[in-house]
Design a protein around this ligand. Structure first.
Ligand code: SF4
Length: 350
């Protein structure tokens, strides 16, 4: 099969050369700069990065819900034969909910406190005029049961404040999956939960993804969550994708110095829990300023003079993996760096 046809068959959604600016009183913030990555069908894809990396802007772009002060400077988000960045509001409304849906970090902000789950779920199915109200209720009860809500036929008539935090998140997932979307987006889905609930939600998302043959994108700052939950990972830094690919490949032999630094700071890899967690020294650069060379150079322990002046190459490993660094290709290529993963293994999660 030709490569392009295979890529199209495997890819549910394709972000291509996407650049987004925000107009702010401080000037234009270059929030995303020329980012490209595919989301493969039937995979769980993690988008990870520090605060300010642009990962949330990507999520809003995938939903066609960028803020009013955002300006798409170039690129596209292909979903089937549509470009979500240039679709009409009517097309986007039909896509959101039916084909792409979202689970938010805090269910209290996305669920309506004065409506029962039954009523809210009925409203989600408003685009199905030929389905009777009793059938819609049956579908909702079934989905609540699928996400592990006990006695769903009774609890469907309760309000969000009757549910615990973990149960509310389960209900949020049930609502997001009710229409059978092709793509489920989850924004920091476990950040508001304790460790036990987090583990339960991770396993639930994994089980549902398999059972429903869905594709899931998880946006998170939590590397442990990404490692445990995802098949693919996209690592973002200061509005750029600096590394992407199969999660096991990247977690075992990250190629980009930022990814390695992030992994070295991951609590799951640190044995002495009494010592202070390491952090990567320095800050994300000011994105209102013109930037040249490698965006990570001011914080990179391996930075060379060329890194401050020349944009590093995007180096591909296979069809889906990529990393952006001078150490990986060209005159500054360092084969020792590429082969040496000096990371301690992650501890098995409990
Ligand atoms: Fe570090 Fe240079 Fe690679 Fe950037 S291009 S990550 S500064 S070694």
């Amino acid at each position: 099969m030709p490569k392009d046809a295979q890529h199209a068959r495997e890819t549910l959604l394709d972000v291509r050369n996407l650049s987004v600016d925000f107009r702010t009183p401080r000037g234009r913030v270059k929030a995303l700069r020329d980012i490209t990555f595919p989301i493969r069908r039937n995979r769980i894809v993690g988008i990870v990065g520090e605060s300010g990396s642009g990962k949330s802007t990507v999520l809003w772009a995938l939903l066609g819900l960028l803020a009013k002060n955002a300006e798409v400077m170039g690129g596209e988000v292909r979903f089937g034969d549509r470009d979500l960045l240039h679709a009409s509001e009517t097309q986007l409304r039909a896509t959101r909910g039916e084909e792409i849906s979202v689970v938010f970090q805090d269910p209290m902000t996305s669920q309506i406190p004065v409506l029962t789950y039954g009523r809210q779920m009925l409203d989600i199915l408003y685009r199905r005029p030929d389905v009777s109200a009793s059938e819609k209720r049956r579908m909702a009860v079934e989905m609540l049961g699928k996400v592990g809500i006990p006695d769903p036929d009774k609890r469907i008539d309760q309000y969000p404040h009757h549910f615990s935090g973990g149960m509310r998140q389960r209900a949020g997932i049930a609502m997001a999956l009710l229409t059978g979307p092709k793509l489920l987006l989850a924004d920091e889905p476990t950040t508001a939960l304790d460790v036990t609930m987090e583990a339960q939600i991770i396993h639930l998302l994994q089980d549902l993804q398999k059972e429903l043959d869905a594709t899931v994108v998880v946006v998170s700052h939590n590397l442990g969550l990404i490692a445990e939950l995802c098949d693919d990972v996209v690592v973002m830094y200061a509005g750029e994708v600096i590394e992407a690919g199969d999660v096991r490949e990247i977690f075992h032999n990250a190629q980009h110095p930022y990814t390695r630094a992030l992994l070295e700071c991951d609590p799951a890899r640190i044995d002495d829990v009494s010592r202070k967690l390491p952090v990567i020294p320095g800050d994300i650069p000011d994105l209102t300023r013109a930037l040249s060379g490698c965006i990570y150079a001011p914080r990179c322990q391996r930075a060379m003079p060329v890194c401050r002046t020349e944009t590093p190459p995007d180096v591909r490993r296979g069809e889906m993996s990529q990393a952006r660094c001078h150490l990986l290709e060209g005159p500054h290529h360092d084969p020792v760096w590429m082969s040496a993963s000096r990371l301690p293994p992650a501890k098995p999660s409990g």
